[in-house]
Design a protein around this ligand. Structure first.
Ligand SMILES: Nc1ncnc2c1ncn2[C@@H]1O[C@H](COP(=O)(O)OP(=O)(O)OP(=O)(O)O)[C@@H](O)[C@H]1O
Ligand SMILES: [Mg+2]
Length: 327
């Protein structure tokens, strides 16, 4: 399988004159063609910041600190804003940001969003050609083309989100990053969005997908692999079945078991089975970031920073006393 994206020890912090929030603090991962990677973790662990950072545009106060993001072998952290806008955003990486469904300007017809998106990259393509291309895309995905003549508020939530998915991917990006694209939807609309994204990967409209969600049933439906984030870092990456049922990091283990029986409003609460809250990302943390809350805590967990270790092929954990290693 071809490797599309390779991230190495990447850090991006929110920096103001008075404080620094270490929201993304040393992330490494690889993404292959055809792969759907789910990202899970408690509110505030840095999922959205990580996804925004992948554009390498860093809207202030977010700042690039260090590390590399290789896309097709090129380190895009070294590109300038103009190069990113011209050759990365759209054709290489496309975003479906958190809460973007409600951000569509209600006074603009869907067809005009499509024209704007394509014109940014292909200013000479005619409106007719663009509309023709978009109609073909809607039809190939079995969606009604008359959506193009509607305003966003005329569409149901599910149809609006599916339309947004199609508009965001009209330039056939290699990688799509979807941040909680189903969180405001009812279960049947969620399923439609999931199916659409899966079909688009299968048809190679996009080569791979990073899907951020709080909802375990959705990860089970869509993802091939899962990365679990905690306090600005990935603590475990592995196949869906490994992470869901055989997690090695104690945080991944409690997160997954708490997700298996989702409680109403759980997202705003602490994890039910462990006490305490995630650490304050404004301060440097020595040793394991989950140490204060970890049911498996041992003295050496706080002695030095913990690196990711490969347990089996494709399965990495950031823990010096991982669970289930003898299995
Ligand atoms: N503009 C900002 N300035 C300073 N700190 C920020 C800013 N935006 C987010 N943060 C902080 O960065 C950390 C990571 O936030 P982020 O939104 O990436 O988390 P998340 O995992 O996406 O959460 P959620 O699940 O709620 O969407 C949090 O501590 C948050 O308070
Ligand atoms: Mg978020």
């Amino acid at each position: 399988m071809k490797e599309l994206l390779s991230i190495r020890n990447f850090k991006a912090y929110y920096q103001t004159s008075s404080e620094e929030v270490r929201a993304v603090d040393g992330i490494s991962l690889d993404l292959n063609e055809g792969e759907i990677l789910g990202i899970a973790g408690e509110s505030g662990c840095g999922k959205s910041t990580f996804s925004i950072s992948l554009s390498c545009l860093f809207p202030p106060p977010l700042k690039y600190i260090s590390g590399e993001i290789f896309l097709d072998g090129i380190d895009i952290t070294k590109l300038n804003t103009q190069e990113i806008r011209k050759s990365i955003l759209g054709p290489k990486i496309s975003f479906i940001p958190q809460s973007s469904m409600n951000a569509l300007n209600p006074t603009i017809r869907i067809r005009n969003f499509a024209i704007d998106i394509v014109k940014q990259h292909e200013p000479k393509t005619t409106r007719e050609n663009i509309i023709h291309r978009v109609i073909e895309r809607f039809e190939s995905l079995s969606l009604p083309k008359d959506v193009l003549n509607r305003y966003p508020f005329e569409l149901s939530g599910g149809m609006r989100q599916r339309t947004l998915v199609i508009l965001s991917t009209i330039m056939n990006p290699e990688i799509v990053i979807a941040d909680e694209p189903t969180s405001a939807l009812d279960v049947s609309s969620q399923r439609e969005v999931i199916e659409l994204l899966k079909i688009m990967v299968k048809k190679k409209i996009m080569k791979s997908l990073i899907f951020i969600t709080h909802e375990l049933p959705i990860l089970r439906q869509i993802a091939d692999g899962i990365a679990v984030m905690y306090a600005g870092q990935i603590v475990e990456i592995g196949s869906v079945s490994d992470i869901l049922f055989n997690a090695h990091h104690p945080y991944a283990d409690v997160l997954m078991s708490s997700m298996i029986v989702p409680e109403k409003g759980m997202r705003e609460k602490n994890l039910p089975s462990v006490s305490g809250t995630p650490p304050d990302l404004r301060h440097a943390i020595k040793g394991c970031r989950f140490a204060d809350r970890c049911p498996e805590f041992k003295k050496d967990c706080r002695e030095k920073d913990i690196e990711m270790v490969e347990l089996t092929k494709g399965s990495f954990v950031r823990c010096i006393h991982p669970l289930r290693t003898k299995k």
